[in-house]
Design a protein around this ligand. Sequence first.
Ligand SMILES: [Zn+2]
Length: 118
Amino acid sequence: MTRHSTLLTIRVIVESDDIALDEIKTHFLLDENVETAIRDAVRSSMCSGSSLIVECVSTSFTCLDESPGCGRCENCKRWTRDAEGMPETIQIDICRGAVVDGKLLCDECLPTEHPYAF
Ligand SMILES: [Zn+2]
């Protein structure tokens, strides 16, 4: 039997008024409970039985509030990035958007004729 390995990418945005940014960063990057919870959630969402091995291979942390070219869509308030104006060296894997008439819009709110419209 051939064994298949698949890399799943899960992106989560955490917002809080009560928890400081450094505290969120510390919990996410250093707390093994977070990795255990992610592994358990993925494992329980699949029904492959006992042969399923789930391991966390990397974590990262990006403060969206401080990232140039990122912001909330002015229409739906979803986090997005200005894919046209953002330098290629900055790679933030959130919804692709663009600035139209001075407004940052996500791919679902861009005008249908825009090349990044969903
Ligand atoms: Zn939007």
